[in-house]
Design a protein around this ligand. Structure first.
Ligand code: FAD
Length: 260
């Protein structure tokens, strides 16, 4: 398999991690034979460097094809490009992708979205090295999907016309409370009926800092890198927040960020 070098302190949105040689998956055979961790845009990741068997999808998987009211989208394509395609072609159901960073593969794995708008909503099927799986056969829910292997392509329903500009504006406004510092998005999932940011704040950890990593002053559920943050500091903060929130509020905070 082809290799390439990635400096994760530049590539990952949280701006930390080692420089590693990673495999590049260029076709279905590569995908079938690879047994390490797959990386998308690294907008939801803390890469510690302990696992050195990593891969990314090659540009062969960066495409969108429209056929019979269905979109076939390569898993390496960014959500932003799919958003632009949907807007240009006046398609409904892709508005939430505006401002949501990541690749289609990473978004499928996270069932990424905002409020009730999630990537699985318009999804019909996912292609893997061994063929297509229908959405109904993939267990998924709030910020998770059990894909089981590397997603190569997503098939979306494109039969609904009418890009909803007002919905796009509404969702864009909902992102306004996000900090500008490097982060991996929401650190923890919101527990049922509650908010992780509120719980972290109530545990006294809003703005709390270890090294150059901190729970943001702007929104406590964003673990931000204030300069030269290290993975071990990020992990120490995660452990501290889980411990304090459990002690003070009796709630188990489940990670949304993935640690590789
Ligand atoms: C500023 C900011 C704001 C954000 N806002 C939101 C938001 O509003 N809503 C939201 O849901 N998320 C949000 N996120 C998180 C992020 O956008 C999503 O989690 C997105 O899905 C990450 O995509 P990625 O390609 O970067 O995946 P990565 O971070 O690279 O990987 C995430 C997971 O997906 C897996 N994965 C990646 N590619 C594949 C593949 N091809 N096949 C199978 N598994 C794969 C990885 O192994 C990993 O487990 C935000 C992040 C940032 C930095």
């Amino acid at each position: 398999m082809r290799k390439k070098t990635i400096d994760f302190s530049k590539y990952a949105s949280i701006k930390l991690g080692p420089t590693l040689e990673v495999s590049v998956i260029e076709n279905e055979n590569d995908a079938a034979s690879f047994d390490g961790a797959i990386i998308g845009g690294a907008y939801n990741l803390i890469i510690t460097g302990k696992n050195r068997n990593l891969a990314v999808l090659g540009e062969e998987f960066d495409y969108v094809r429209s056929e019979n009211e269905k979109l076939y989208v390569g898993a390496a394509m960014s959500g932003g490009r799919l958003f632009s395609f949907a807007k240009k072609n006046d398609l409904a159901g892709f508005e939430f992708l505006g401002g949501l960073p990541g690749t289609i593969g990473g978004m499928l794995s996270m069932n990424a979205g905002l409020k009730s708008h999630e990537i699985f909503n318009n999804l019909l099927a996912v292609k893997f090295a061994n063929g297509y799986k229908q959405k109904e056969d993939i267990e998924h829910g709030y910020r998770f999907a059990h894909l089981g292997s590397i997603a190569l392509e997503a098939v979306f329903d494109a039969s609904k016309k009418g890009f909803d500009e007002a919905l796009f504006e509404e969702l864009k406004n909902a992102r306004k409370n996000q900090p500008k510092n490097p982060s991996a998005g929401s650190c923890f999932k919101n527990p049922p009926g509650d908010f992780a940011g509120k719980l972290i704040e109530e545990a006294g950890l809003k703005g709390y800092r270890i090294g150059d990593m901190a729970f943001s002053e702007v929104h406590a559920n964003f673990l931000v890198n204030l300069g030269n943050g290290k993975a071990e500091d990020a992990l120490a903060l995660i452990e501290l927040a889980q411990k304090k929130v459990l002690q003070k509020k009796g709630v188990n905070l489940e990670l949304e960020v993935k640690i590789i």
